[in-house]
Structures are given as C-alpha cells and as structure tokens.
Design a protein around this ligand. Sequence first.
Ligand code: GFB
Length: 331
Amino acid sequence: MHFDLTGKRIWVAGHTGLVGSALVRRLAHENCIILATPRAQLDLRQQSAVDAFIRDTRPDAIIIAAATVGGILANQTRPAEFLADNLLIAANIITSAHANGVDRLLFLDSSCIYPRLAAQPISEEALLTGPLEPSNEGYAIAKIAGIKLVQAFRAQYGRDYISAMPTNLYGPGDNFDPVSSHVLPALIRKIHEAKLASAPSTPIWGSGAPRREFLHADDCADALVFLFKTYSSRDPINIGSGHDLPIIELAHRIADIIGYTGAILTDPTKPDGTPRKLLDSSRLRALGWSPRIDLETGIALTYRWFLDNFAADPHAMRPAHDIQQNLIGSA
Ligand code: GFB
C-alpha cells in the first residue's frame, strides 16, 4: 500500500500539541498542504463545527493528534474531561470525515489502552484482554472507542482509516506544568528548579519503581508519517523505542544532564500507576521503521528547548491547569 502525500491537503487536528507540532515539522518535508486552524476558532467537541470545518477546507486526509491529555494526576483528578472530551473528539472527527468523503485518516491512540497487567512487552493482541489501569481508565476507554470507530468505518464503509499507539512521548513543546504534566517534562522542570535553588534534595512522585518507555515526539511523528504513507489495516500498531527504565533511574539521568547533584527522594503518597508499560513494536520494525533519537539525546534536546522557551519566561507558556484549552480545537 502506498498513500502518496504529494499535493494532498492534510488536516493535522491538534497541530499545536506535542505530537501535532512534531507532525507539522515532519510534514514540512513532504510535498503536501498542511491544514490547521487556531483552537479559538474550532472546538473539536462540537460536531457541527467540526463538520463545517471539514466541509469548508476539504482535506484529502486527516491525522487526529488532538486530545485532552495529561499526566497521571491530571487523569486521576479530571476523569470526566478525559473521558468525555476524547470520546467527542474521536467521534466528531471520524464521523464527519466519513460524511464528507475523506478516505484516509490516522487516529492517534495511547499505550494506556492496554490492560494494567499486560504481559511485557505489550503486543497489539493484548487489547481488551484484561482490566485497565484505574488512574487513566477514562482516557483509555475513549481511546479504545476511537480504535473501534476506525475499525467500524473500515468494515461498514470500506474507509481507509488506521490507528497507531505511541508509547509515553516527550519533546519540545511539552507541558512543563509540575501538576498536570507527564513525568519527563515534570522532572526536567523540578530538577532544574532544585538546581537553581541549590536544594539538597528533590522529591519525585510515587515509589520510583514503575517502568516506562519513552519516545521523542519527532521520532513519533516520523513513524506516523511512515504509517500514513504505507500502512492499511484494521489492526492498530504500536510505536515504541523498545527500551524502558524505572522512574527513579529516569530522574537520575535527568539530574546528570541538568547537572543537579542533590538527592532524589520518592513520595509514596503520590500514585505509581501501572507497574510497567513497554510496547512490543516488532510489527512496526518489520515494516522497516526504527527510532533515531536515543533517550540521553532526547532529554538533552528537550532540556535545551525548556531553557530557551520556558525557563526564561514561564508566563509565556501554557496556563498550568488548562490543558484542555490548549488542546481542544487546536487543529
Ligand atoms: O508520566 P506519567 O504522569 O504517566 O507518570 P503514566 C509516570 C510515572 O512517573 C508514574 C511517576 O509512576 C508517576 O508516579 N512520577 C514521578 C511522576 N514523578 C512525577 C512527576 O513529577 N509528575 C508525573 N506526572 N509523574 C499516563 C496516563 O500514565 O501516561 C495518560 O495517565 C497517558 O493517560 C500517558 O496514557 C502516556 O505513564 O503513569
């Protein structure tokens, strides 16, 4: 299968988010037209607005990188938003894409759709074989619904829609809010601030024992474009780096890169989440794609971006608790 991007109008829904902005950078190297609209002008939770946008802009293909996202605590404390917003985004865009004759679509999923205690590394077959991790059940259910929509529109209408499951992502443009962010940007900020304050120690959440796999957003975008051009199947496909590590080790690596020599303390009052999340990405590797950015390089690049864009002026960044504002309608 080859989907030729040349001259195609591609709507990147969520173009200001972590993956969306990486997709825009990556698609700039393809000979295609990128459609994007400011979030203030399009609320992806509104079916009529989404429908009108697709009707008016006539995309040939759509990548759904828009979502209400956040780290473990944001998921735990705002389950209604994570479930409802993400159900609406998936359903609105996919049904309107079909209604307007868009025949190619990629839905961006998440590794948290897999059962909490799935065998590691987690293969695509593990989907719906066991209970989900409670801290992000709402988000996971909405993302599973997205996969099912993709499969249903393929089965009933023959639409060439696909879904892909990236592992935990990080990179430039990430959310560095200490409360709502994911672990990697949260630790960059906390450890950077501990260094500036010459703090003798800095705490991380949970026991530090959970293991996570990390992939740089630019690698993820490259894999998504690769799949968009070459992959057509009802089966979702994993996108991972192939390496995981305990959170405490991640904290020490970040401290080394930042040059922080204080102690890293754990905080068992905060949630650990799922004990391990390492994807089996052999299906993607067999198709010929591999990541290029190793974790040390990726952390260093992300820290550089943080220093250039955030550390200098924290107020210029996203409002801390308003992730939704930043992602809904940010197509
Ligand atoms: O990245 P994170 O929030 O998400 O947390 P999940 C990963 C691990 O890092 C957990 C620990 O064990 C956290 O307790 N951790 C340590 C921290 N310090 C911190 C910190 O300062 N901030 C954060 N955020 N974590 C998310 C899901 O799960 O993964 C989402 O909730 C999504 O729905 C995303 O799927 C990819 O990997 O646990």
